[in-house]
Ligand binder design. Sequence first.
Ligand SMILES: CC(C)(COP(=O)(O)OP(=O)(O)OC[C@H]1O[C@@H](n2cnc3c(N)ncnc32)[C@H](O)[C@@H]1OP(=O)(O)O)[C@@H](O)C(=O)NCCC(=O)NCCS
Length: 178
Amino acid sequence: MPSAPKTLRTERLHLHVWDDTDAPELRALLDANDAHLRPWIPFMRHEPRDLAGTREVIASCRASFDAGEHYRYAVRERENGALVGETMLIGRGPAGSMEAGYWLDAGAVGKGYATEATAALVPVAFDVLGLEWVELHCDVRNDASIAVARRLGAVRVRVDRIEEDGRAVDLGIWRIDR
Ligand SMILES: CC(C)(COP(=O)(O)OP(=O)(O)OC[C@H]1O[C@@H](n2cnc3c(N)ncnc32)[C@H](O)[C@@H]1OP(=O)(O)O)[C@@H](O)C(=O)NCCC(=O)NCCS
């Protein structure tokens, strides 16, 4: 079965599969960005964790990467190695598709990094993994995320009303076709 590469390079960024050695930096970044990420990122429901819990998440990211289920990448600036966020392909949709996701350190927004990092996953999805389409799920109120989806060339195909923590959320389903 084809697998995504463990590292990728773009003009300004280095993407790599999460490693145990990243745990302290990831912990610090999530703690510093709690308010920025919590409204939009479902996994923030399980944060904050301690360092040991963060190591467990990283171990599970690596295991699912190796199993070809989810491909989650740390995103670093090439210039200085600073950890600035994450981009990913998550395998929870129908066969032939994966869901792209992304988040950035609040201090790293407005530079095009989310678009640049996630754009690197599109050829991986189609040319390496042989997928038919990539989905992006953006809360209809999340303008910054919607702008990334648009810049990636995604088209909104529908809006799903889901329930999150007991409240209704309208989730725009965006799609990039092969
Ligand atoms: C969603 C999120 C990653 C978007 O971040 P972002 O920085 O706005 O998006 P990009 O990194 O693609 O940057 C685009 C911006 O950088 C600007 N930019 C500056 N220099 C640039 C460059 N060299 N190349 C490209 N764009 C550049 C663009 O003009 C654009 O600015 P604008 O928003 O004023 O139009 C960020 O808001 C975030 O982390 N939000 C919380 C988590 C979240 O919502 N994740 C998505 C869940 S679905």
